[in-house]
Design a binder for this molecule. Structure first.
Ligand code: OAD
Length: 250
């Protein structure tokens, strides 16, 4: 795929000129690390699995073992993979200048692995396991000791079970995290969006909030979405290619 140089140069200039930058990422930035997205036809998770069964409190109550094993499979997938050039570029952007807030819907931890700091994880993290009743974190020693149970019981509550610390459909986002993300969106001069379909709110509202407060919008996505249609620049291609091209000299 050839990059449109004029578009790229314009977007790069805007990124360079911005004092405060918010970045919002979704599953597409990990696609080139071989982690499936959710909504891509054929390959997306939700084309193969039922989100109600696997990513809702009702699905967990119905069959905790099914949910536990699905997340174990996802954790293993992530553990056997690595951040890609897109994650690296975003970490470089954050390191190279002040005022960059990285917000992600992803639970894979690849931004942090690539060296990003203070990442706002809107939908939680696969790396943390919590009690289903109290939401207190369960430590790895306990999980190892009870590894035969699917899922392990909770050490924090007699009725609790271990569950991934991810946000399921119908659950609220962690308040402090979404507040910080809303603040970053409202205060930035530019928001760089990459790899999200923009189908899930409130994350999908962040670029629109930024635009309504006067920010410019760059979207990196091979497909057209509601976000790319309102963006000032839609870089229509894979993020592992476009993000390094955009950021290397920004
Ligand atoms: P989606 O699967 O909805 O969207 C992924 C987007 O990435 C699509 O718009 C693709 O076109 C794009 N994409 C695919 N390959 C790409 C590449 N190489 N480079 C850049 N973009 C690419 O994923 P999200 O928008 O992240 O929530 O989905 C949002 C939330 O829905 C997820 O966090 C998850 C899911 O249900 C929870 O689990 C709570």
């Amino acid at each position: 795929m050839t990059l449109d140089r004029t578009l790229l140069n314009e977007a790069r200039d805007a990124l360079r000129a911005a004092d405060r930058v918010a970045v919002l990422t979704g599953a597409g930035v990990s696609a080139e690390s071989n982690i499936p997205t959710f909504r891509d036809a054929q390959t997306g998770m939700w084309a193969r699995f039922d989100p109600r069964q696997l990513a809702s409190p009702e699905g967990f109550a119905e069959a905790p073992d099914r949910v536990w094993n699905w997340y174990r499979w996802r954790r293993e997938l992530v553990a056997s993979s690595r951040p890609n050039a897109g994650h690296d570029a975003l970490a470089t952007l954050q390191r190279s200048r002040p005022g960059v807030t990285l917000i992600t819907q992803n639970v894979d931890g690849f931004h942090q692995q690539a060296g990003a700091r203070d990442v706002l994880e809107l939908h939680g993290s696969l790396q943390r396991t919590v009690c289903s009743v109290t939401r207190r974190v369960i430590d790895q020693d306990w999980l190892d000791e009870h590894a035969d149970a699917e899922p392990p019981p909770s050490p924090h509550h007699p009725d609790g079970l271990a569950r991934p610390d991810v946000v399921w459909f119908g659950e609220a986002l962690p308040a402090a995290v979404i507040d910080a993300a809303l603040d970053a969106a409202a205060r930035c001069d530019l928001i760089l969006v990459a790899g999200t379909s923009g189908e899930v709110h409130p994350a999908a509202s962040l670029p629109f909030i930024a635009r309504d407060h006067g920010a410019r919008v760059i979207d990196v996505n091979p497909e057209a979405t509601a976000i790319s249609r309102m963006a000032d620049w839609h870089l229509a291609g894979p993020s592992a290619r476009w993000l390094p091209a955009l950021i290397c000299s920004a």
